[in-house]
Design a binder for this molecule. Structure first.
Ligand SMILES: Cc1cc2nc3c(=O)[nH]c(=O)nc-3n(C[C@H](O)[C@H](O)[C@H](O)COP(=O)(O)OP(=O)(O)OC[C@H]3O[C@@H](n4cnc5c(N)ncnc54)[C@H](O)[C@@H]3O)c2cc1C
Length: 364
């Protein structure tokens, strides 16, 4: 069987690695360089607790399934690629900004998998937090990975497993061929395959033909990296509060992220920078003295109901692996597993049914 994957982000590359390793002939097309889209722009959190509060059951189950796969996924990926992806299971502290939020977090703690800490216990884990906090949710399962190393590692592993990667080759159109095969047209070639996976992130709805107008839209996020006065000044756990999060990564502190409906614009704004800084400093006052080292923006793949879209479209052989919104790094191992099983017509986890491309008013 031959498959073409459109998009070499974390989703497309994880699928490519898995399927090539299991003997499928895989070609990955990317309109630019691999893993330079949202995968590069992201914060790399595996935020299974912080991001699933209030999520649909199907999404929470999918997140937990993927979280469980992450340690082995990271270990294998590092062994095969030879690239350190810094998978860290240091947990997260989620600090409420109001008594209503504190009550919600206490309820979440009672649901299991997390613990509500007193002020003293919280400050013992992160002494840099503002001293007037009342407590925080301790989420020991929340983890992180160096997403900027993850892309090269997946690229390397997929190629070593036998996948072919064609960078700087945008898919322009997907069509059905005369013998029922799928045809992907790029600016300079015609590719044929038994199955095609659309994994082009926020741009998945921009490919013509059978892939036209898929219900995926870009949701912009701006982030900052701050430079600490010394590497040991960084917090150990991930910190959440005041609508932002702080991620210690490679001698810097990531501050993220805005959530903006701005089409495909990735321009940087002073307003976003101020917004991120003010909130970060309210959570951790000493950040006032930390200079900004980097400011960037990326586009998350969003959907109308907030759930991912994973499954076969109305066109046999054309699969969609997208709409992961804020959780595409977290979801990668489970997404790759599900897509491979769907293509091979094997049984998938129950929650995948909720992510069907056919669930929209105008089914894909
Ligand atoms: C600021 C920010 C912070 C985030 N933080 C986190 C986080 O902490 N944890 C988490 O789990 N998720 C996070 N996310 C979300 C996560 O980054 C995305 O859900 C995930 O990267 C989506 O992966 P993807 O492979 O589908 O898309 P992308 O990584 O965007 O990759 C899509 C690829 O498709 C290519 N492409 C586009 N059009 C075409 C075409 N026509 N032909 C060929 N190739 C094409 C692009 O060049 C790109 O390489 C964050 C996102 C942002 C923006």
């Amino acid at each position: 069987m031959k498959i073409i994957i459109i998009g070499a982000g974390v989703a497309g590359l994880a699928i490519a690695w898995r399927m090539a390793r299991n003997g499928t002939e895989v070609l990955v097309l990317d309109r630019a360089q691999p893993a330079r889209g949202a995968t590069y722009a992201s914060a790399g959190m595996i935020a299974v607790t912080a991001e699933t509060a209030g999520a649909a059951t199907s999404e929470a189950e999918f997140a937990l399934r993927s979280r469980a796969l992450w340690p082995e996924f990271a270990k294998e990926l590092e062994a095969i690629s030879g690239i350190n992806i810094s998978f860290r299971e240091d947990g997260a502290l989620i600090v409420p900004a109001s008594s209503t939020e504190a009550e919600r977090l206490q309820r979440q703690a009672r649901g299991g998998g997390a613990e509500y800490l007193t002020r003293k216990e919280t400050l013992a884990r992160a002494p840099m937090l503002a001293p007037d906090i009342e407590g925080a949710l301790w989420a020991p399962r929340d983890a992180q990975v160096d997403n900027r190393a993850l892309g090269p590692a997946l690229t390397n592993a997929a190629i070593r497993a036998g996948a072919k990667l064609s960078a700087n080759e945008a898919a322009v159109r997907v069509e059905q061929g005369a013998s029922g095969e799928l045809v992907v047209l790029s600016a300079f070639r015609i590719h044929r395959a038994d199955a095609v996976v659309l994994a082009a992130g926020a741009w998945s709805g921009q490919i013509g033909g059978l892939a036209e107008n898929l219900p995926i839209r870009p949701v912009k996020g701006e982030m900052l990296a701050l430079a600490p006065p010394a590497p040991n000044a960084l917090p150990v756990p991930l910190l959440w509060g005041h609508g932002i999060y702080l991620v210690p990564r490679n001698d810097q502190l990531f501050v993220g992220a805005t959530v903006e409906e701005a089409g495909f614009d990735t321009g940087l704004s002073n307003g976003a920078r101020r917004w991120l800084l003010e909130r970060a400093q309210a959570l951790v006052p000493c950040l006032r003295d930390w200079p900004i080292r980097e400011h960037w923006a990326g586009l998350r793949p969003g959907t109308a109901d907030g759930l991912p879209i994973i499954g076969e479209t109305g066109t046999p052989g054309l699969f969609l692996a997208g709409g992961q919104y804020r959780n595409g790094i977290l979801f990668a191992p489970a997404l790759a597993e599900a897509v491979e099983r769907l293509i091979n017509k094997q049984k998938v986890a129950d929650e995948i049914a909720a992510f069907s491309p056919g669930r929209f008013d105008r089914p894909v």
